[in-house]
Design a protein around this ligand. Sequence first.
Ligand code: NAD
Length: 317
Amino acid sequence: MKLLVTGGAGFIGSHFVLRHVAAHPKDTLVVLDKLTYAADKRFLDSVLEKITFVEGDIADTKLVRELVATYRIDTIIDFAAETHVDRSISDPFPFLHTNVLGVASLIEVCKAHPSIRFLHVSTDEVYGDLDDDDPPNGVGDPLRPSSPYAASKASGDLLIQAAARTYGIKAAISRCTNNFGPHQANEKFIPTVIRCALLGKQIPIYAEGKNKRDWLYVTDHCDALETILTIPWAFDECHLFNVSADSEKKNIDVAKAILTILKKPESLLSFVKDRPGHDWRYALDSSPLRKLGWKPKVGFEEGLKKTVEWYRKRFVG
Ligand SMILES: NC(=O)c1ccc[n+]([C@@H]2O[C@H](COP(=O)([O-])OP(=O)(O)OC[C@H]3O[C@@H](n4cnc5c(N)ncnc54)[C@H](O)[C@@H]3O)[C@@H](O)[C@H]2O)c1
């Protein structure tokens, strides 16, 4: 394959790049990343000689066109996004730029190269939230985004679905639950809990911490994307895939599990005013992808220990 990986210096993208280079050393891999606050190019240090790294914006259609032509790209995997819900609430415009216009730009390039396969990485947040007794979302469920972030991701998904229908581009969309693991930006929930715990600072928990998220270890997500790339019909008619490890946890329980690993007291937990529009619960039905051969390998406790260890080194050396 000749892959263009957008957002490859971010959390999930960097894991995908490292794993893909190790597993498929003969593939051509071009990473396009704007290097926002969420990126860290050093994650790619060990493979920089084996890939081409380009700093740039997916919304720069001319640049994407040049990369696709120069490297004869046959597959685009799109991780590039603005991803922090809290930031989207204070300023949605960067989210519209990358998650909507950026996606539109990638579509433009795919229109001009109809053989390119475009795998867009999306989120469970596009479905909106669930009540405790609702079944997990299936891919046919309506989109009911709650935050500007989720609305921008839903917009990107809809643009791609429309482009597949109208222009016949070869696209697929994967929607995954909350990822965890090394390389995530420090301000996200799990890194924040670990950082505050290590520094003995109060750990901010929205409301009473009872909101539930469904946790997926980042390398299991990367494996799911690799599985999608092997499905011959995945890019016909814009197939949608949910990716979930069926590992629902209340936020408060995740924070307590981290405190247990770090042997820190629960008195560090500090309940703060809830996020506006805070989704109550997400859960996805990923049985169709499991029937095609993917299953998560890393359990929540095992993944959390690995994650805490990585951040312990990052924050305190
Ligand atoms: N992390 C999660 O829990 C999670 C859950 C569901 C879905 N997702 C989706 O997975 C994808 C990757 O998420 P992540 O957590 O790795 O994100 P991240 O914020 O860690 O990384 C995003 C990367 O995209 C790059 N980027 C941002 N704007 C860009 C632009 N205009 N052009 C080029 N590069 C740009 C950033 O520099 C960064 O390297 C996103 O689409 C996100 O919506 C993430």
